[in-house]
Design a binder for this molecule. Structure first.
Ligand code: ZN
Length: 454
């Protein structure tokens, strides 16, 4: 059994001093007062959240898409152009290498798990691999290498828009009809079952733009009692397109046509009316927020004050993986509310500081969205644990909620992450992933191969 001694731990009873956490078989088996005089292994112990939205391969594009194209009105030009260039050439080995690196970085950022919204399925030109689930298996292999808890979400992507135009160019690597997708999902399910005990499978109909009603129904069936994720209401143009085709806004249409319940996680939700915000909050579904990517892409601002005020569930995802930082995701959401409302401490409540509200939301919403039995330090739960060292110039020996506020708003929270356990796997020690040397070396070599061609 592993024993973690924490000077302070965030338990269901709040902050407790001098706690011993016993971990065995991937779960927390005891939580008790540490023996007198025991040397602490971590300063603070907290539940480690799950990153609820990622497209791993996009990590390779970070920093390469910030220039403006020839038409200044087309602000997506560099992003789209580069994505399709990558899509023309990425091989299974390269995809696995990039995913292993990004999963390593997530662990070093304090995430114990990831829900991978996996839509890159086929070879260039849309030709299926001999094994239909080849790339799902590569994502699973990458998660196994990095030791992160994986919830794999194979994505159904049928069309290039609501007019059902066929997928073109690089997009053809994403495409399946519902029949082929059913077989692909079954292959992925078997591969997940053969992986680590805490690995899970869900399903992800890509968006209302990319699937039809039949495809969405099939996805919901395949999801069973597991997580169902979908992009929803990210950009104004998307809302307008849905409105023009079905005479309802995306959130409005989805809630009218499906029994959206806590198994659902709707990604982005940056374009919702007050009524939609209220209706979605009442379903118990998770709104999957990706504030860094949403800022990077200029998507808009999620109405966090209203949604959390209604006890709506949220979680956080790194989406495009342009920058992986749990603490910066939380800060970016809060700052978006302050800038919009010209306010301070926008999401704080009378009894919890801003940092505490954000952190609690991230762990509870992340676990729910990933179908992962974690999100709280309690006996019987999956041992997803974040260890922090605040005995330094960044943490300034802070404790309790003030420690969380310092980590999130002080801007150097990442420096204080000393340890991360994912289902008991102690993957980050002294701030570094234990397999960093090998995984990063392979990633750098992969990037060198790719950049020869862009
Ligand atoms: Zn996304």
């Amino acid at each position: 059994m592993q024993k973690i001694i924490a000077k302070q731990a965030l338990t269901p009873n709040g902050w407790e001093q001098d706690v011993e956490i016993g971990v065995q078989g991937g779960r927390i088996v005891h939580l008790q007062a540490a023996p007198a005089g025991a040397k602490p292994t971590v300063g603070l112990a907290l539940p480690a959240p799950l990153n609820l939205h990622s497209h791993a391969f996009q990590r390779a594009m970070s920093g390469l898409t910030e220039a403006r194209g020839p038409d200044p009105r087309d602000s997506f030009w560099t992003w789209r152009r580069l994505m399709y260039k990558f899509l023309d050439q990425l091989t299974p080995d390269q995809i696995e290498a990039i995913a292993a690196q990004v999963f390593l970085e997530m662990l070093e950022a304090g995430y114990a798990g990831v829900a991978e919204f996996h839509y890159l399925h086929h070879d260039a030109g849309g030709v299926p691999y001999a094994n239909l689930a080849e790339l799902s298996e590569r994502i699973i292999a990458a998660a196994s290498q990095a030791g992160i808890g994986l919830t794999l979400l194979p994505v159904l992507y049928q069309f290039g828009g609501l007019d059902k135009r066929p997928l073109a160019g690089g997009q053809r690597r994403f495409g399946n009809d519902p029949e082929q997708f059913t077989r692909l999902h079954e292959g992925a399910r078997q591969a997940i079952a053969a992986g680590a005990q805490d690995f899970r499978i869900g399903v992800a109909p890509h968006s209302l733009r990319a699937v039809d009603k039949f495809g969405l129904d099939r996805s919901v069936d395949l999801g069973g009692s597991g997580p169902i994720h979908m992009h929803l209401a990210e950009q104004v143009a998307e809302v307008d397109e849905v409105l023009a085709h079905v005479n309802a806004r995306p959130t409005e249409w989805l809630l009218a046509n499906y029994n959206v319940d806590p198994n659902w996680c709707l990604i982005h939700c940056t374009q919702m009316t007050e009524q939609e915000t209220q209706a979605l909050a009442h379903t118990g579904a998770v709104a999957g927020l990706c504030p860094i990517t949403e800022s990077n892409l200029g998507d808009g601002i999620f109405n966090g004050t209203h949604y959390l005020g209604l006890n709506g569930k949220v979680g956080f995802g790194s989406d495009s993986n342009v920058h992986i930082s749990l603490f910066d995701e939380l800060k970016t959401l809060e700052y978006s509310q302050r800038l919009r409302d010209k306010s301070r401490a926008a999401l704080a409540t009378p009894d919890r500081s801003t940092g505490r509200v954000l952190f609690d939301a991230a762990v509870v919403g992340g676990a729910q969205a990933g179908g992962r039995d974690s999100g709280v330090l309690a006996v019987g739960k999956t041992a997803d644990i974040l260890g922090l060292d605040l005995d330094n110039e960044w943490g300034a020996n802070r404790t309790g909620d003030m420690a969380l506020d310092t980590l999130i708003f002080g801007g150097n929270g990442q420096h204080c992450i000393s340890d991360v356990w994912s289902a008991g796997r102690h993957m980050v020690k002294q701030g570094r992933h234990i397999a960093r040397e090998q995984i990063t070396k392979t990633f750098i070599a992969t990037m060198a191969e790719l950049e020869q061609d862009i």
